[in-house]
Structure formats: structure tokens, C-alpha cells
Design a protein around this ligand. Structure first.
Ligand SMILES: Cc1ncc(COP(=O)(O)O)c(C=O)c1O
Length: 441
């Protein structure tokens, strides 16, 4: 970009998130534009976006209808508080969203990010039990290798040690089920692995340890994304649902990644035929164009909180200045129009077999120890040893970057989650570039 003269001083002030700042600032990669499937960089380099920004730009970058909706809304109503005040688009979007949500999930609470969505879902679970005279249900059960953002609640429920080590004890009473990764039985599964439904029974064991009446909620990503794409074994989510229902525990799906078409359906809940009590959403909600998140809740949770509040009392003492922000609501409505009106989800579903075939085409390449996929998600795991695998994934990233393809190395796994509008040619380009990188290692 010609107007921006970047030098060591101009880079110093911005403390970048989840970034090795010292390395980045020595060799900055600055993006200045995006359109459709491509980013353009300050030096003119173009990149095929193999990760939909960060799992969010499902309809491709700069979709004109979304851009127009945001521009129009900014001129009409820039901001209005949602605390005891309202504006039409937030209501309209809530109705439209719940009309495509799984049956029984009838209300939505807006946040501004996935982290706020998971924290809000956990607070809703606690408040629900409290409203029903079961305030003793306080324990939250997450899963090893889970990622639920960086708020104190989501981080406590998450299962990634390195994200926690700087932050002390976090929430008391968070416990973790085992993850579902079982390469000995399931390596190179096409889609859902066949083995491992019984891993869900560990939840039952944990409940016997803690006593089910102390547990408020179980939270899982239906497909664990950030840890490297772990697809649930056939029958696993169904079993979790059964156990939670049996013990009166709320089941939360964190669909921040899997929502809005990533698996070829509006929600992973639809794909798996398993309905949770709450769904945390963000990312694809506005196609990444304006920050927005939310929690879609079952009617029973809404009714418990509405029905049990004292006259004149706020039913749920929670909310953000920007909950249901007008620009976010406008972007979300336009995004939904694009997803539903332009066949984005249908395209994702119809191209999934090719995606799977090309992803698994890397099976015989050097250092590939596992390939996992579902919907338009894939994880290519490198090397048995995490440290050397991680170094290789970074090299693959560098190789692809130089050749105009953006992927995401997460520890020893190459993670892929392109915009859902990706074409056959672009899928070929993505995997052939990764293949060439793997051969060059
Ligand atoms: C499953 C999941 N939950 C929550 C989050 C947090 O979202 P945000 O970064 O918008 O706070 C993410 C982000 O990647 C995620 O993948």
C-alpha cells in the first residue's frame, strides 16, 4: 500500500493478539485488501484464502450486498443502546436467525465475539439453574483440546494448557472430559471416524465422581477446530446428548466455527441431528465483516428466566454495550440473505466430496500422519513428534505463502477452512500447493 510507510517504529505500538510480536515485526506480513477468495498484500502479493480469514468469511471477502448493507446502516443509525432501548434490525435478525435454528431453539442473545458468546452461554446455563432453584449446579464440564475463546469462562472450560498457563486458577469447578482423537483406530478417516462413541461414556464416569446435581453444563465444539480439526466419532455427540438429558445438565454446542454452513448445513446440530440446549455463534454470522456473536437458546431456558424473575427485575443481568449493534445486525441480515439466497450452503455441501478427495490425496506424502475432514474443514497432521511436526507445518505455511496460498499451521497440523464459495480450481490450487510444500520438506 503506497500511503503506508511501515517501519520499526510504526509497528511497535500495536500489541498483536496470539502473535509472536517480536518475530512478526521483524518480517511483517501486511494485508491491505480482499476480494472474493483472495487477499492482497502491501507489496502487491495475492493470496488464495484457504482459511476464510479465521474461519469466518464464509461467503468470500467483500461481498457487495454485505458491504452495501453496512454502508447504508452506518449512514442511517450508527449506534443505539440495547439496554432498555431497541432498533428494528436486531429484532428482525433475531427472528430470521431463530427461524433457521434447530427446532426448539427460539431466542438469541447477542454478543460481539465468540469469546463473549461462550461466556454468555455458560452464564445462561448457571442463571437457568439458579432460576429453577438449582443454584447448586455450578460445575462446567468442557473437553481436553477444546477451544472456547479467551474470556475467563470459555478459557476455563477449554482444554488447551498453553492458553492457560499465564492466568492462574481461572474458574473453580471446571472439569474436562477426554478428547476424541484416536489415531490408532481412526487415522485417515473419511469424514466422521467410525470408532470412539464410547469416549462419551467418560462423561458418565465424571458425573459419578462429581455428582450430577453439581453440574450446570457440558460445552463442546461439535467439530473441534482450533486444536487441529477433530471430527466427532459416529454416535459420540448423540451419547453426550443422552447423558446430559438424563442428568438434567445443559448441553452447549460451541458453533463459532461450525455454524453458518461450514458443514454444509446452517449448524453442526443439523448435520449431526443432535440438538443442544444452547448454541454459541460468531464468525460466519456477519461473514467476518463486523464483529458479532450470540447464543441461541432453547425456549425452556428463556421461559425459566422470564417466568421466575421478580416483577420489574432484569431477567438476565448480562449484556454488552454493543449487543445487537446496528451495523452488525445489518451485516448479519445481509449475510443471511447471501447464504440462503445464493446457495452458499448448498455449494459447500455439493463440493464436500471433492474437498475430501483432494484432502486425502495428501495421504502418501512425506511426514503426513493423519488427515481429518468434515464439511469444508480439513486438518493435515505432520510428524509423530509435535515439536518437529510444528516446525514442518510452519515450513509448509511459508512455502504456500510465497506461492500465493494462505493456510494455517496449528502446532503440527495444517488447518484448512476456506470460504464456502471455493471453486474446484481453487481447491486444486490449494491442495497442489500444499502437496508441493510437503514434497519439498
Ligand atoms: C470454537 C471457538 N469458540 C470461540 C472462539 C472465540 O471467538 P473470538 O475469537 O471471536 O472471541 C473461537 C475462535 O476461534 C472458536 O474457534
Amino acid at each position: 500500500m503506497d500511503t503506508l510507510q511501515l517501519n520499526a517504529n510504526s509497528l511497535e505500538s500495536y500489541w498483536m493478539p496470539f502473535t509472536v510480536n517480536r518475530d512478526f515485526k521483524k518480517k511483517p506480513q501486511i494485508v491491505t485488501g480482499a476480494s472474493g477468495m483472495y487477499y492482497s498484500m502491501s507489496d502487491g502479493h495475492r493470496l488464495l484464502d484457504g482459511i476464510a480469514g479465521l474461519w469466518c468469511v464464509n461467503a468470500g471477502h467483500g461481498h457487495p450486498k454485505i458491504v452495501e448493507a453496512i454502508q447504508k446502516q452506518a449512514a442511517q443509525l450508527d449506534f443505539a443502546s440495547s439496554f432498555g432501548f431497541g432498533h428494528p434490525l436486531a429484532f428482525e435478525y433475531a427472528s430470521r436467525l431463530t427461524s433457521i435454528a434447530p427446532e426448539g431453539l427460539d431466542n438469541v442473545f447477542f454478543t460481539n465475539s465468540g469469546s463473549e458468546a461462550t461466556d454468555t452461554a455458560l452464564k445462561l446455563a448457571l442463571a437457568y439453574h439458579h432460576a429453577r432453584g438449582q443454584g447448586h449446579r455450578q460445575r462446567i464440564i468442557g473437553r481436553q483440546r477444546g477451544y472456547h475463546g479467551v474470556g475467563f469462562g470459555g478459557l476455563s472450560a477449554a482444554g488447551m494448557g498453553p492458553h492457560k498457563k499465564q492466568f492462574g486458577m481461572l474458574l473453580p469447578g471446571a472439569a474436562h472430559m477426554p478428547h476424541t482423537h484416536d489415531p490408532a483406530r481412526n487415522a485417515f478417516s473419511l469424514g466422521q471416524p467410525a470408532h470412539g462413541a464410547e469416549i462419551a461414556d467418560e462423561l458418565e464416569q465424571m458425573l459419578q465422581t462429581y455428582d450430577p446435581s453439581t453440574v450446570a453444563a457440558v460445552i463442546v465444539e461439535p467439530v473441534a477446530g482450533s486444536t487441529g480439526v477433530l471430527v466427532p466419532p459416529v454416535g459420540y455427540l448423540e451419547r453426550l446428548r443422552e447423558i446430559c438429558t438424563h442428568h438434567g445438565i445443559l448441553l452447549i454446542f460451541d458453533e463459532v466455527v461450525t455454524g453458518f454452513g461450514r458443514l454444509g448445513h446452517p449448524f453442526a446440530a443439523d448435520r449431526f441431528g443432535v440438538t443442544p440446549d444452547l448454541i454459541a455463534i460468531a464468525k460466519g454470522m456477519t461473514n467476518g465483516a463486523v464483529p458479532m456473536g450470540g447464543v441461541i437458546t432453547s425456549g425452556k431456558i428463556h421461559e425459566a428466566l422470564m417466568g421466575n424473575a421478580a416483577q420489574g427485575a432484569v431477567e438476565f443481568s448480562h449484556g454488552y454495550t454493543y449487543s445487537g449493534h446496528p451495523l452488525a445486525s445489518a451485516a448479519a441480515l445481509a449475510t443471511l440473505d447471501v447464504y440462503l439466497g445464493e446457495g452458499v450452503l448448498e455449494h459447500a455441501a455439493s463440493i464436500e466430496p471433492l474437498w475430501q478427495e483432494r484432502a486425502h490425496g495428501a495421504k502418501e506424502l512425506p511426514n503426513v500422519v493423519d488427515i481429518r475432514n468434515l464439511g469444508l474443514l480439513a486438518g493435515i497432521e505432520l510428524g509423530e513428534d509435535v515439536v518437529t511436526g510444528k516446525a514442518m507445518a510452519k515450513k509448509v505455511y511459508d512455502h504456500c505463502f510465497e506461492r500465493g496460498v494462505l493456510i494455517r499451521p496449528v502446532a503440527n497440523t495444517i488447518v484448512l477452512s476456506p470460504p464456502l464459495v471455493i471453486s474446484e480450481t481453487e481447491i486444486d490450487m490449494l491442495f497442489s500447493t500444499i502437496g508441493a510444500a510437503l514434497r519439498s520438506l
